[in-house]
Every structure is written in structure tokens, then in C-alpha cells.
Design a protein around this ligand. Sequence first.
Ligand SMILES: *[C@@H]1O[C@H](CO)[C@@H](O)[C@H](O)[C@H]1NC(C)=O
Ligand SMILES: *[C@@H]1O[C@H](CO)[C@@H](O)[C@H](O)[C@H]1NC(C)=O
Ligand SMILES: *[C@@H]1O[C@H](CO)[C@@H](O)[C@H](O)[C@H]1NC(C)=O
Ligand SMILES: *[C@@H]1O[C@H](CO)[C@@H](O)[C@H](O)[C@H]1NC(C)=O
Ligand SMILES: [Zn+2]
Length: 502
Amino acid sequence: MQIPITVYVAVAIFQHAALAICTKLLTSGTIIAFDDKTQQLQVIREGSLLIEGDQIISISDVAIPGNISENVEVIDCTDKIITPGFIDTHRHGWQSVFKTLGSNTTLAEYAGRYSAFVSQPLLSPDDIYISQLAGIHEALNAGVTTILDHAHHTWTREHATAGLNASVDSSARVFFAYAFQNIPGFTIQDQITHWRELAPTVSGDLATLAIAYDGWMGDLQDPDTQAVMKLALESKVKVLTTHDVEGPWPLYNTPEVLQRVGILNKSIPIVISHGSQVTANSAQLLRQTNQYISITAESEMHYGHLHPTSHLILDQASLGVDTHFTFSTDILTQSRIWLQSTRARLYRDAIDNWKIPANNPMSVNQAFLLATRNGGLALGRPDLGVIMPNAKADILIWDGRSPGMLGWADPIAAIILHANVGDIKDVMVDGEFRKRDGKLVIKDYAKVQDRFLQSAKRVQDEMKGIPLPIPEGTFMGGYPYGPVLQVDTQRGEGTGYGPSYV
Ligand SMILES: *[C@@H]1O[C@H](CO)[C@@H](O)[C@H](O)[C@H]1NC(C)=O
Ligand SMILES: *[C@@H]1O[C@H](CO)[C@@H](O)[C@H](O)[C@H]1NC(C)=O
Ligand SMILES: *[C@@H]1O[C@H](CO)[C@@H](O)[C@H](O)[C@H]1NC(C)=O
Ligand SMILES: *[C@@H]1O[C@H](CO)[C@@H](O)[C@H](O)[C@H]1NC(C)=O
Ligand SMILES: [Zn+2]
């Protein structure tokens, strides 16, 4: 073995086992590590990985080290691929109860039907709790270990707290970004007071109280904007996030806007979700201030916010899911969709010029990094999304003998292009199993499911009774609606689009 690996296991195991009880050794697996020196992924075949408490201690190219103390829990990873957990930098977990209702929705219809402001009357704090909890379980099962949740269910103190409680109870790593938004009877000033009260109740490293705010694009001197900025700076909030959907859409919290307000270039990591129409100037600002956009590949295609320029700023980009009630919950799918649509986008330039593409524009390694390490960097956490010494032990163990992956030579290609989330057998967050041998490790999970199903049925029944908004005139007083060609998969009259089987 020629790979130079820094820390050596035989010594390390003995020393650390003596200090702590919770030591795990993953043996004989293929590890997709990150080499901080070369800034490249590093594949270690037939290696082992030592975890103590919530941290990765060392990585070795020795399959089974000779000197294993009896306090160490040994996990045989023969035929397994070991990767960091995925990081989702944009999600709205509270919407899980709407599952499958929005299979053919558009962004305008979403705004008038499922968005935070209009669906508020349908959900009690209990609904929010169970919807958020089941949504995070869904993510954990799919190998997402860290989530930046843009929590815009902050309609009352109770609703807000319920979502935070569920995030804490989920045992995933959740940055709960409490959304400050104008709600009649619960003003942004009230929400800020509530945030300050909640902050000291959130301890430990798994749940973090963060901030979401979409009002930067308003008046610079707006007292709410000034108050949110003051809170962010005074509290040294760990992460701040905002929606940026440009073009004809009215949510342009662009890097330029944030820079003008004076929040972009402070020490707070900022995740700009979508950043769909990012300009060359925005991209330069992101680089100069080391801030990130969160590309939600499937969402931007499903709803039509699109992402015509996002591939030009992948060095300051991570991946997110967004409204997982309408599509995939997992970052594996996002990275695959984004990889292939980026390839398609760039091949088109050659084909449109009647040229035969001579090379391939984006690699599986890049897709893997977007789904893991870049998410950690976006959150200001270089210890997340990587397997290297001192990183957090958020780990996935994949079945490398699954029917889909069988025969792989390149483990990164196997995961990005051939695996599915069912191939993720074990999920570890902070060094503890959340999924083991293909099953979520959750106390009374059947009860959680039952409670979720009750909420989902009631909310969905009510939602189905509300007529769909009619796309006429202009959207929110801005741009006019325009028709989109619908395809046909069958010949004949009336066999076209078909109903929704809700
Ligand atoms: C295991 O580690 C202990 C303590 O460092 C040492 O005394 C012993 O010789 C080691 N055994 C082997 C087989 O390396
Ligand atoms: C949230 O959790 C706290 C602490 O366990 C509890 O006191 C409170 O009632 C919970 N609130 C809601 C709305 O679930
Ligand atoms: C951001 O702040 C850093 C450090 O103060 C400075 O070097 C850099 O020029 C600033 N960038 C922008 C775009 O303001
Ligand atoms: C989705 O499908 C339903 C049923 O066919 C239809 O009524 C609705 O208009 C469709 N929504 C959109 C946004 O096209
Ligand atoms: Zn969103």
C-alpha cells in the first residue's frame, strides 16, 4: 500500500480505548476519506476507521489492526463502502404531511397552496412536531446526517417550538433556521424575543438554533431587517439562510443585496438557497466573502425556478432538497440529477455548435464533494461531510455487494451513479447508530408512524377540499402567467396529462 496515512491505528486504539468507553472500529472496508493536504478524496481499500465518541480518530490502510483493546466495538465492513453522511443545506421539514399532494405543482401554485403563509390554518403545533420528526427520519434513513432546515412554520411561539423540539428529538444534526417573517399577531420583533428565549435551551452540538430571513431585499433601513441583523451579529449565530429566486420570481435576496445590507461579509456563514440566476458579479462576491449557494437540483426543475448559471459557481455551492413532500428526500438523488443535468447543459454548447464533445464536463468526485464536504463548508463546518482525523463521526456504511453496485471498481462512481438509498445499511450521527442493518434505530418508530399518518390524513383531507389557485393575470402583481407545453405519452383525445390519484 502506497497511500501515506498520517495517524496509525495500533497505537491510537490502545490509547483511546483506555480513555473512553464508546470506541468503534470499522474494519476491512473501502473508505472514501478526504485528504486535507491534497484537498482530494482519498480511497482506502481494505482499511479501517477508528471512532471515539463523536469523532473520527484515525484512518488506516490496515484492514484489521493487530492491537484491538477489548473495550472497542468492532464492526466488520467487509464488502462495505464507508462514506461521510450527506449534507442537505436547504429543507422545509414541516411539510412532510403533504406527501405526494404536489406531484405536478408549479412554483406559483405552491405559493398559493402549500407555502408557509397559506397552509398555516391547517397545521397545529402537534402536526408540525410530527411532520418535522417524520421528515427528518426520512432523511436519516436516506443517509442525510446534517440538515439546514429553513423553518418557516414560525406562526406562533408554539408552532415554532414544536418544530425545534422535533429537530432536537430527531437526533440528526439539524441547523434549525427559525424564519423571521411578518405574521399578524406574531411580529418579527416577537419572533426575535422568542428566538432569544429559545437560544439558551438548545445545547450540545447536534441541534443548532440558526436564522432564516427573506426580507433583505426590502428597504435597507427597514426596522425588521435592522433588528434581524443586530440579532445575528450580537448572538454570533452559527448560520444564516435566505431564499434567492430571481428572474421573474419576486424573491431576490441576492449576494449583492446581502452585501448592500452589510451582512454578507461578516463572520457568519450564509447559505443562499437556490441562487438560481446567479450573475458573474454575485459569483465573485460569493468567492470574496466565502459564502455559498444551495442548489436544490430537483426542486429547481420540478417547480421551474431553474438554475441556468449555478454550474459556474460550484466552488461556492452545496446541495439541498427543499420541499421533500413533492419529490426525493435524499441528497444522493440530488447529486446524481445535478451531475447529469450539468453534463447535459454543457454538452449542449458543443452540440449546438455541431461539435462532437471531446471530453466529459463534470466528474462523480465533484458530485460527491458537493453532496458532502461542500455542505460542511457552506455551514462553516469543515469537520462535517468528510472522513478525516478530528472530523465528526457522521458516517454511512453501504452494501457494496448490492445488486446495483456489484462489480464496482470505483467506489465513488458506484455510489453516485449506481446505488440507491436502500444500499445504505448503517447511518451514524455523532458516532452513534441511527440506522443499523437497514432499519432506523428509533424508539417506538411504529408509534411515530401512526401519529404521523393521523396528522397527514387530516391535513391532506382538508387540503384536498381547497380549490387550486387559478393562474390568471399576473403572479403576485408582477409578471404575467404564460402557458407551458404539455407532453403526450399516448395518442388520442383525452389520454394526455391525466388526473392526480390523491
Ligand atoms: C499492544 O499495545 C500495548 C500498549 O501499547 C503494547 O504493550 C503491546 O505490545 C501491543 N501489542 C501488539 C501485538 O502490538
Ligand atoms: C418543547 O420541549 C420543551 C422541553 O421538553 C417542552 O417544555 C415544551 O412544552 C415543548 N413545546 C412544544 C410546543 O412541543
Ligand atoms: C470581506 O472582508 C475581508 C476581510 O475583512 C476583506 O479582505 C474582503 O475584501 C471583503 N470582501 C468584500 C467583497 O467586501
Ligand atoms: C395537476 O394535475 C391536476 C389534475 O390533473 C390539475 O387539476 C392541476 O391543474 C395540475 N396542476 C398544474 C400546476 O398543472
Ligand atoms: Zn425553500
